[in-house]
Ligand binder design. Structure first.
Ligand SMILES: Cc1cc2nc3c(=O)[nH]c(=O)nc-3n(C[C@H](O)[C@H](O)[C@H](O)COP(=O)(O)OP(=O)(O)OC[C@H]3O[C@@H](n4cnc5c(N)ncnc54)[C@H](O)[C@@H]3O)c2cc1C
Ligand SMILES: *[C@@H]1O[C@H](CO)[C@@H](O)[C@H](O)[C@H]1NC(C)=O
Ligand SMILES: *[C@@H]1O[C@H](CO)[C@@H](O)[C@H](O)[C@H]1NC(C)=O
Ligand SMILES: *[C@@H]1O[C@H](CO)[C@@H](O)[C@H](O)[C@H]1NC(C)=O
Ligand SMILES: *[C@@H]1O[C@H](CO)[C@@H](O)[C@H](O)[C@H]1NC(C)=O
Ligand SMILES: *[C@@H]1O[C@H](CO)[C@@H](O)[C@H](O)[C@H]1NC(C)=O
Ligand SMILES: *[C@@H]1O[C@H](CO)[C@@H](O)[C@H](O)[C@H]1NC(C)=O
Length: 520
């Protein structure tokens, strides 16, 4: 006779052999269904579930949540949060995701828990009356630019079209327009937030102003943002594109970069991203500059030191944000790691960065098990000017303004190395590696972490190191919130406690960078 577990309990009083952990998490999903979200919950092996899991940019972050809840409104998010927090002892662990572009596993997804997938909330509305745009967290930047272009306005957002809005705007947000208007977060006028209590509140200059500031860089420490209202800027055409150069132009690129970074404050329209890109499939290393000028002027003087270097191809053109961000797209469907650091803008640091890039290529060639991988090293300006714009717009918690004031640090650096006297203007380095074969996970993770370690040690040795770490590029092994400085750490801790006294977003939502993981 076949005895089902339920019957065996009745007949013999034997508990079915199901782990209690799985039971609890299954309860989380049925509670969501009973709580009014029945048609929002999707389970493994359904099309909607597979589509959601498959839509993370990096393959290595695609986990296997017990179920995924896909809210369509702030009210749905509120229901989901209050349902999941109502179950005994925070047993229903959950994750929050928007565009899913973070590269380290567990930041935006969860195993043995529920993922709140905000991708159904993806609309952008232009508010003609006051020149703001209401953007839902699940939108991708390309859809935002597309929706705003008929009104001849845009917003400072992601430079790759598919990048998500939700995580980007609470981690800072570097844009083509940062030298003009500060980071993406500095241009948010209102955050609509679902708190751990389930309450839906608005945080802006006039209401919950402390949370408003704390969200500008404080990421997933307070609640789930269900709407961003951003100030728009004129939707002028840009002069922009990608210029590709031979590897042999490295030293010209680096001196152009060094000079450009030190002079950004003289022309706020110019933007440069420098990329050293090696592809194992073609066994070539090229340099690609993303040059952007945020008004329709070709070959501006500020970019002359780059445009005078002989190139192999160039796509420079007059185009809008939608068009330009279709070009800066890095392939999804790979396994990826990012590590990042910030350094004084010292030519020696730039040179060391490329030296490390070249040596990583050799190490990877010697050890990689497959042929489909890339090693990219990306250099971006991080000038004092960015922080000045942030301050003018009410401030954020990134802590960048303090490097301007830190006289001890500055004089100490100049004592060690007189050439670093402009070290308040910084350079941001991103080691960005992609590969196909999971057997290479340890190799590339280790290479990215040791590349950063080596560059940091070198920078320290010449007094050009800096403790700031850009959260949106940081690896799970890094601690970007600690790099915001003690005053901001203390502030984030206080605001997190005020709006989430039980610490739901510290423990029940384990993913992302947590203020509770920063040492007191
Ligand atoms: C190809 C590529 C291009 C990029 N280009 C840029 C660029 O031009 N400029 C730049 O600054 N950065 C860039 N980034 C980094 C990017 O800013 C981060 O990956 C950012 O997290 C993307 O947002 P997301 O919505 O996709 O994040 P997700 O991975 O979905 O989430 C990131 C974190 O935020 C939390 N979170 C997400 N949504 C919410 C919400 N609504 N409320 C509360 N917490 C939330 C998540 O729990 C997670 O911890 C790029 C990354 C990639 C992979
Ligand atoms: C929003 O998401 C839905 C469902 O995935 C999709 O069909 C739609 O195209 C998206 N809209 C935008 C503006 O991206
Ligand atoms: C701008 O207008 C929209 C739509 O009317 C409104 O919801 C929003 O609160 C306004 N924002 C500001 C900052 O006034
Ligand atoms: C690129 O140039 C560097 C010198 O800057 C050299 O060491 C390296 O081998 C070159 N890479 C390729 C693939 O040609
Ligand atoms: C180019 O760089 C040099 C220093 O290498 C500098 O003197 C010059 O002014 C720069 N030109 C422009 C147009 O910025
Ligand atoms: C790229 O090289 C071509 C050919 O020399 C030149 O005409 C063009 O101006 C260069 N483009 C940029 C953006 O430097
Ligand atoms: C961008 O604009 C160029 C013309 O300037 C056009 O050829 C290209 O197709 C456009 N790309 C997109 C994605 O719209």
């Amino acid at each position: 006779m076949h005895i089902t577990p339920a019957i065996s309990v009745l007949l013999f009083g034997i508990l079915p052999e199901v782990s209690s952990a799985t039971d609890t998490t299954n309860n989380c999903c049925s509670a969501l269904e009973k709580g009014g979200l029945a048609n929002r919950v999707v389970y493994p092996n359904s099309g909607a579930y597979e589509k959601s899991v498959g839509s993370y940019w990096a393959e290595n972050v695609q986990l296997d949540p017990i179920c995924i809840v896909q809210p369509r409104s702030a009210r749905d998010v509120s229901l989901a949060v209050s349902t999941l927090t109502s179950i005994e002892n925070g047993a229903c662990k959950f994750a929050v995701r928007s565009g899913g572009h973070t590269t380290w596993a567990g930041a935006n997804d969860i195993s043995n828990g529920v993922t709140i997938d905000l991708q159904m909330m993806n609309s952008t509305t232009y508010n003609k009356n006051n020149g703001t745009a209401s953007i839902l967290p699940g939108a991708r930047w390309q859809s935002v630019y597309k929706a705003l272009s008929p009104y001849d306005v845009t917003v400072p957002g992601g430079r790759g079209g598919p990048v998500g809005v939700g995580g980007f705007l609470i981690g800072g947000g570097n844009t083509f327009h940062t030298a003009r208007v500060g980071f993406g977060c500095d241009n948010v006028e209102n955050f609509e937030v679902v708190l751990a209590s389930g309450d839906i509140i608005n945080a802006n200059k006039g209401s919950h102003a402390d949370l408003y500031k704390a969200l500008k860089g404080g990421s997933i420490n307070y609640g789930v943002v269900t709407k961003y209202e951003m100030k728009t800027i004129p939707g002028d055409k840009l002069w922009g594109g990608l210029v590709v150069y031979a590897n042999s132009t490295t030293s010209q690129q680096l001196s152009a970069a060094h000079h450009f970074i030190n002079n950004i404050h003289k022309d706020h329209y110019a933007s440069w991203i420098g990329m050293w890109e090696y592809s194992a499939q073609t066994d070539t290393n090229v340099i690609a500059n993303a040059l952007e000028y945020t008004k329709p002027v070709a070959y501006p003087k500020a970019l002359q030191n780059f445009t005078s270097i002989p190139n192999t191809t160039d796509t420079m053109r007059f185009a809008n944000m939608y068009n330009l961000t279709q070009e800066l797209v890095q392939a999804s469907g790979y396994r990826d790691v990012f590590t990042t650091g910030t350094f004084g803008n010292d030519l020696k640091v730039l040179e060391q960065t490329v030296k490390i890039h070249n040596s990583v290529i050799e190490k990877a060639k010697a050890a990689a098990k497959s042929k489909d991988w890339t090693v990219d090293t990306i250099i971006q300006p991080w000038p004092t000017l960015f922080a000045e714009h942030s301050q003018k717009r009410g401030g954020n918690v990134l802590g960048l303004e303090r490097f301007d004031e830190n006289l001890f640090r500055e004089s100490y650096s100049s004592f060690l190395s007189p050439l670093c006297s402009s070290s308040d203007t910084k350079t941001e380095v991103l080691f960005d590696y992609s590969w196909k074969n999971a057997a290479d996970d340890d190799l590339f993770n280790e290479l990215a972490r040791s590349a950063l370690k080596e560059l940091t040690a070198y920078s320290k040795s010449i007094g050009a190191d800096n403790e700031y770490i850009y959260l949106n590029y940081a690896d799970g092994s890094q601690n970007p919130l600690a790099g915001y400085g003690p005053k901001n750490v203390e502030y984030i801790r206080r605001i997190a406690k005020k709006y989430d006294s039980e610490g739901v977003f510290q423990t029940q939502v384990p993913g992302g960078f947590k203020i509770s993981e920063v040492c007191e």
